[in-house]
Write a protein that binds this ligand. Sequence first.
Ligand code: PEP
Ligand code: MG
Length: 709
Amino acid sequence: MPETTIIVTETHGLHARPAALFVQTAARFTSSVQVKNLDRPAGRTVDAKSMLGVTALGVSQGQRILISAEGDDAASALAALQHLVESDFALGPEDVTPPRPATPERADVPAMPQPAAPTTTTTTPAMPDPAAAPDIPPLKGVGAAPGIAVGPTFCLRTRIAPPEFHTVADPDAELERFRQVREQARDELRALHDRVVQTAGTEEAAIFAAHLAFLNDPTLEVDIATFCTEQKFNLEAAVIAVLDQHSATLHQRHDPIFQARVADLQDLKQRLLRLLLDPEGQAFALPEQPCVVLAQELLPSEAAMLDHAHVLAFCTADGGPTSHVAILARGMGLPAVVGVGPAILEVPDGTPAIVDGKSGKVILHPSETLVAMARKRAQSEQEQRAQQRAVAQQMTMTRDNRRIEVVANVGSLAEVNQALTEGAEGVGLLRTEFLFVDRATAPDEEEQLAQYRACAALLAERPLIIRTLDIGSDKPVRYLKTATEQNPALGMRGIRLLNIAPELLRTQLRAIWRIDAGHTIKVMFPMVSSIDEIRTLRQLVAEVATELRQEGQTIADRLDIGIMVETPAIALLAEQALTLVDFLSIGTNDLTQYTLAADRTNAAVNYLNDAFHPAVLRLIAQTARAAHDAGKWVGVCGELAGDPLAQVLLVGLGITELSMSSALIPAAKVIIRRASLADAQAIARQALERDTPQNVRNFLAQQIASAGG
Ligand code: PEP
Ligand code: MG
């Protein structure tokens, strides 16, 4: 039997996309093709056309595989597989995915019952308040991103009933159901793959190619058929049993690469179950015309599926003003109301609605008068915004010539572009999670470097502050083995990952050091809560630099090191922290949740989670004083920085950099230019004397009103 031995040099070994390509190539030939990992003791020989089999070999970079083939085209099969492996799987995505489906995925989009065109805008000036006299009482949530939108609703229903298990008389009928559902799943995965290639790139889309390869594995059909025939249970039970069984086999290997494949199999299981339990596709249909998107909460993976042109506003049952949907909406310049409660999920698609992101009101079936008022307000907001944007490209100085840097929070390369259009003077917070989430393995050093360099190149001489990975807690990734936590917000997140995945941080720091000199790059660490952590991080930064120099890599001459002030502990120890860092940036989203012991993702405690709370303001004041005494700068990058009510107060407290969602920058610049430092300091002093968040807000609103703002 012809056979060949090859060393797999691909970085990821024979997993995910490479495995999918391998299996797909083998399947093109009629010969039977076998493969074995020669570097695993007692390794099995498996069918090269089986994704499950090939994955179970656990071939990593540098290991040898033995491929053998038997049949008419055996020699060609071996040659094709050898070429594939030796070229490091350098084939395009079209080689992985079968041809596009003839029909689009789904098009069940509600018609707009109201004839008028939808409208949206993003700022919060004086207004006629359409929510002042509604015909039906409005639903009330928390205004999470400013602006007002009018349009039909569209609910992202992502919850489906749990499957029921029962015995069946005809196992063949279950197998036929499997073949049908597999075909639907194939169509979805191909479409998803193509869409993600367009929106995020080939690497991000590779995960769907891997899912497709698992789905096409002949073993899967055999196992399902065996289960249904022997156990006489329905297909839903078979899907769960078979995919859980394969997951368990991989899980036992205690290797992160296998854990990632377990996540793939579980994703596939969920997809098949959803298609079986929700055949009409109501659960995951996406809007295909501009709509007010309603959801329980919006997960980053769901947000990635949305076409931005089809979203007018977000409205969620759960979540708080600093939850990720709120940040996403501000980033997109769209209004959002969060924490409205489950009633929002009962609203039929196509219901006319007004979403007021300032007051947090959602008005269903508004009268024509209300719609007219909302449109008028939207129009006036748009005009005001145009005026603000006209002067947004200039630097920001207070009336008495104090420089305040107004910079952007961004979460992708595309957002850097948008930030520059809005007048950002740099990036005060690059949330690097965008590179790490929704994929099977972490990005390597080169991929990160390319992305960071691209951001730096767009910013030219403007500063770029890169925050190291802040995954864990409510931002889980599938390749990290974190235990299930009772209190994830208090668990393994931010730089605490040093304990479980130090290599992730080391690789990221290597990429950051290697960004070209000539740019102002700073690194910043999230979720710090002790001075020891800062010492460890400093040492790591220095070690990585030494290592790179020894390797002969070109690196920056220096790298400013900062930390986020997100825990009360570090705010209280700011003086000590400042002996070890170059700057501080206050993350008021987390600082508020940790100071007030109120989970920022839990709508039930939204009423507590207010950054205007005097306790939070005092921590900010204390941090700013310590920075001033140490001769170092302090910024704010939490959502408070973008709040028009807070900006003068923050300047008065001694903050010299405000980092916010891009869409909020033009308005912030106008507000800061109108203020003088002396006035701002007086306002800050008086605000700190107030005893409740509401009293602070009332006081600040009065100050703005009396200044004619
Ligand atoms: C913060 O906590 O204020 C912050 C900016 O970080 P994130 O919102 O990403 O947790
Ligand atoms: Mg944070």
